[in-house]
Every structure is written in structure tokens, then in C-alpha cells.
Design a binder for this molecule. Sequence first.
Ligand code: SF4
Ligand code: MG
Length: 341
Amino acid sequence: NDVLLRLDNVVKHYPIKQGALVRRQIGAVRAVDGVSLEVRRGETLGLVGETGCGKSTLARCVTRLHALTAGTVEFDGRDISDLSRRALRSVRREIQMIFQDPYGALNPRRRVGSIIGDPFAIHGIADGAERERRVQDLMALVGLNPEHYNRFPADFSGGQRQRIGVARALALRPALVVCDEPVSALDVSIQAQILNLLADLQRELELTFVFIAHDLSVVEHVSDRVAVLYLGRIVEVADAAELYANPRHPYSAALLSAASVADPDLAERRERIVLTGDVPSPVDPPKGCHFHPRCPKAQPICAVEAPELVARRGDPAAHLTACHFPVEPGDDLTRGPGPAG
Ligand code: SF4
Ligand code: MG
């Protein structure tokens, strides 16, 4: 079975309540609004979208740091959607997260050796000299000097701190690592080092990655496949090269047109598509296709009927797009929203 993680119609809504004595639910933030997705063993799946599109919430649903509102998460053939706290412990060994902020994620008053050894302590694996040896092996694995075991986070640079986060995430030899914007807070010169480290570790340890980013150029380098998220829904998913060469959802096309892409031919062919309006609030997302108020290809049906995420005519079976009117070669998307006159 080459599918490691399967999401089926995952929903995460946060209730909004009002009232001092009797709290009534008056609405919901629809952070994740029906996501179905498969992550294959050994691949890196890039998850892309603007701030507020639900990327981090989805990550926390996958790692079951959040309870789901609806839907199922299946990991390694096992439904983990409703597991008890106790049953989740064993799953948590298999699924780990790397966070964006290598500063905030580390307690400044604790020695890095002890921070990296946390997972061993939590799961009661190895102690004393054995734990210390394992932690030092992990430090070496991620390119830190094992002799710095007793130093504090402040003694390390930003890139080194992210290596500490990586070491801790790998302590229990997980199968899946969810990386939530792991290089966004780092200098560009350091970003490449961390991305290379992750790629090396993936090969060496046969890891599967979900790689979350808002920066499409970062995702392009690391991902085998890319899923584009908009207001809590996946609007397009395809092999990375296919998506970058042939974005079919108008939102993906707009995101790509604004990104700095590595391939200069591609960059030249692209006219910048400027989206009008901000990302609408997930509290009351637009009906039908969530993107319709901003979409240059929108037609009346788009405001009524949500398009399904399926392979569109002429595309490879693995290229899925949720759009009634996918982008065709020669489409002019630069003219702003509204039906063609
Ligand atoms: Fe949504 Fe319609 Fe635009 Fe497709 S064409 S993205 S369905 S609004
Ligand atoms: Mg986020």
C-alpha cells in the first residue's frame, strides 16, 4: 500500500459563541471545509496557500493535535480520527511536526540536549547515558555538534535552532513529518541549507513529508506533488512540474503568476494576474465556489454550485482541479473578476 496518509472530507470548524450567561453558537470559522487528500509513502506533498487559508489547521488535524469536526484521517491503513488520548500516543510517535518559528518553539531556559530528548522522556524510551547518546546521535544527524549538548537555545543561530527542531521531530523515527513553514522565518541563505538537510534526511530515513508554505518557489523545489488550498478547500492538486507548467485553477494561476519561479522561460510566459479583493473571511465564506468573487473566469453557476475536485478534460488522471471553467491556454486572466462582457 503506497498511501501513508488519507484524508477523507476532513472538516474543522471553530464555533463562534456569544452571550455572557447562556453561550449560544452564532456561527463558525470554517477553517478546513472538506479536504480529501492522499499522501504517498516517501513523497513530499507541498501544501500551498495564503495566510488564513487553513494550512496550519489542516496540519494540526493530520497530527491530531486538533479533534476533527467531521471526516476521517487514516494513517498507515488505520483510522485515527476518533482515537482516545491514550491510543493517540502511539500514533504520535509516527507523525511529527516541525514548526515555523525555531525561536518560539524552544524553551530558552532548557539545555538543547534535554529539549531534543523530550520525545524519549514523554514516551519513556531510553534514559540516562543511553538517552544522552541517542540525543547526540540526533545532533550529529542534523549537522549540530554533539558536544553542544549542554548549551542553551540562545547559543545557537536561527538555522541551528531549526536543526534542533528537526532533531527533536526525528527522535522517535517517525514515518510522517509535517513541516509547517519550516524555513519562512529564516534568512534566504539559511533556507537552502535547511531544505537540503530535510531532503537528505528524507532519503536517508525514508521519510514522508507534508510541506506547508505560502511561498510557491520554496515548495517547487522540495515537492513531488503540490496541493493548493483556498479558504479551507483544496482547489488543485498535481505533480509539482505539471502544476507549475499547467495550472488549471484560476487561483493557482494567479498565485503562480505572482511567485518568483526558478524557470526563466516559465517566468517570462507568465503575465502577472492581480487578484482584486482580500481573501474573504472563513467565517462566512462565499457560496458555491469560494473563489468566485475574485475569479476572472467566474460565471453565474460558480456562485451557486461548488465545483468538485476531479481530473479535468485533457489533464493527467493525477491532476485534479476544483473548477467549473478551468484555465485554458490563451485565457486572459488579467482582466479582473466578473463574467466576460
Ligand atoms: Fe471558481 Fe468558477 Fe472561477 Fe472556476 S471559474 S475558480 S469554479 S469561480
Ligand atoms: Mg500558518
